[in-house]
Design a protein around this ligand. Structure first.
Ligand code: ADP
Ligand code: UDP
Length: 250
């Protein structure tokens, strides 16, 4: 596989074309951002960890019957993915109140929710990723009714599978963001990344009752170094994949 022109440079990843029109070459960068890019830093080792974490998560999901754009990991910081036409949506699933949800409704972070909540935001740094409901998505032509049904079904299935994965490594999956896209032949699939940058992950191991963040809130809220936390998540996920005999794409 040959790496060709750079197509896009985002806040965390660079995308390149390859000699296969259906495959993209993704490079994970060390840049960390928060507040839609308002806060920025270079954190040595972050690109490598996120590339490895999202790869093992996509493998663990595949073993649970959930397909994604992931083809294979090709180096410490790079992977190949299926090229998708992305829906400009941040698809958020919440199991516990935290972050913007806790603030919006005035509930304490950590409050259990009676059912998982699926939320959508329009992906736009300029507009600050505004909240949108199902009717808004269809009315603006972002996705058709049928496409939105499939995106929602997949988001809930990803949540069920991720809850299972994280509970097995003693981590509480508080909330997360995914993105979905459409392949050239019209198949809707999970894309982008699933990492501690895009999930809230609380450690259940220390049992102190204090929230122990193993995710990007450490950076967003100036609570400490993200690297040991991301290494902890990666180590536990790899052990789980080994225990389950999950096939690794690398
Ligand atoms: P951002 O664009 O939010 O700064 P990144 O730096 O992570 O984020 O950039 C990755 C970009 O690649 C995002 O815009 C994302 O929607 C897009 N993307 C993710 N997976 C695919 C894919 N399989 N095909 C095409 N684009 C993708
Ligand atoms: N999230 C993300 N990218 C974004 C916004 C949110 O990955 O641009 C993730 C975030 O890590 C968290 C979940 O989505 O796991 C819900 O985030 P929330 O709406 O609470 O926003 P925040 O408090 O991060 O502003």
């Amino acid at each position: 596989m040959q790496k060709l022109d750079k197509l896009y440079e985002g806040k965390a990843k660079k995308l390149y074309a390859t000699d296969d029109p259906d495959v993209l070459w993704v490079e994970y960068m060390n840049q960390a951002t928060a507040g839609n890019g308002a806060k920025k830093a270079q954190i040595e080792g972050k690109g490598e960890l996120n590339n490895q974490i999202t790869s093992v998560i996509f493998d663990l999901l595949k073993a649970r019957g959930i397909d994604s754009h992931f083809v294979k990991r090709i180096s410490d910081t790079e992977q190949l993915v299926r090229k998708m036409d992305m829906y400009p949506l941040e698809i958020i699933m919440r199991n516990t109140a935290a972050g913007s949800f806790a603030k919006r409704y005035g509930v304490e972070e950590g409050t259990a929710l009676n059912k998982p909540i699926l939320e959508f935001c329009v992906k736009s740094d300029e507009l600050g990723d505004p909240f949108i409901n199902d009717d808004g998505i269809v009315a603006l032509g972002i996705a058709s009714e049928e496409e939105l049904d499939e995106i929602s079904r997949q988001a809930r299935a990803v949540n069920d599978a991720l809850k299972d994965i994280f509970s097995k490594i003693d981590v509480q999956l508080v909330d997360f963001k995914i993105e979905e896209g459409k392949t050239g032949d019209g198949r809707i699939l999970l894309a982008d990344e699933i990492t501690p940058d895009t999930c809230r992950l609380w450690d259940l191991k220390d049992g102190s009752g204090q929230i122990e963040h193993l995710d990007k809130d450490l950076f967003r809220r100036d609570l400490g170094n993200i690297i040991p936390a991301y290494e902890e998540i990666y180590g536990r996920l790899v052990k789980l994949a080994e225990t389950e005999g999950v096939e690794r794409a690398e």
